[in-house]
Design a protein around this ligand. Structure first.
Ligand SMILES: *Cc1c(COP(=O)(O)O)cnc(C)c1O
Length: 226
């Protein structure tokens, strides 16, 4: 069955906006990976996205993601885990996710390093003033990066963040870009920046994002948390 027309139209609209934001920033479209965040949506929606050419999908809760990944093993998808991750779920998440965007503490690094297969990881940076929010403080990124680099089965890709609600996203993403530059001084291969959601992806592209995590602008409203 062909994917539904509204989904097809939203996907095309976002893709066109990504192309335009890349053009405005003087960047090539292929520098940017579009991850469609499908959390709380059914496996059938992910199948429709795959039919539209989507290859990267993002999920933020293991209980929600695992059964969907299991139903969709026939599709050529890369699963990205973008949510808070408890260390005791790390091995289970690594069974389907190849990229973890939310690494924010040493205990999680150790847990991921014990997974059955190699993983790509991003360090999540807390761009707010609230230490209770997810992510490592900008000043603690380098020591955490050293922990990741000590494990050959973890490939450090770069930094990830969510823009704070009370700040212009462009300013927040500019700070993330600064953190990325400092990280590259100790980990030259960790060049990626995971930033930009439905409402701020153009600003993220302007500040060098390489991985966009876009949900509702493509999927439509999320069903309530299961
Ligand atoms: C849900 C989520 C997104 C996508 O958010 P939208 O506003 O729906 O685009 C991106 N990143 C993370 C970490 C998320 O939890």
């Amino acid at each position: 069955m062909a994917p539904d027309a509204a989904l097809t139209a939203r996907h095309a609209r976002v893709e066109a906006a990504v192309v335009e934001a890349c053009r405005a920033a003087g960047r090539a479209r292929d520098e940017v990976t579009l991850i469609v965040v499908t959390k709380f949506h059914p496996a059938s929606l992910i199948r429709d996205l795959a039919a539209l050419g989507v290859r990267d999908v993002g999920e933020n809760r293991h209980q929600d993601a695992a059964p969907k990944a299991e139903q969709l093993t026939d599709l050529p998808l890369t699963w990205h885990f973008v949510g808070q991750l408890q260390s005791n779920k790390a091995r289970a998440v690594a069974e389907y996710a190849r990229v973890i965007h939310s690494v924010d503490r040493a205990s999680l690094v150790s847990a991921l390093a014990r997974a059955e297969r190699p993983l790509d990881v991003f360090l999540e940076v807390n761009l707010t003033d609230d230490p209770g929010r997810g992510g490592v403080a900008p000043g603690a990124v380098l020591p955490l990066a050293e922990q990741v680099l000590a494990h050959p089965q973890l490939r450090l890709r770069g930094v990830m963040a969510v823009a704070p609600l009370d700040e212009q996203p462009r300013a927040a993403f500019a700070r993330l870009r600064g953190v990325s530059e400092r990280l590259r001084a100790v980990a030259p291969a960790a060049t990626d920046i995971s930033a930009g959601m439905s409402n701020d992806f153009a600003e993220a592209i302007a500040e060098g994002a390489t991985h966009l995590r876009i949900g509702t602008a493509i999927t439509g409203e999320r069903p309530p948390r299961p």
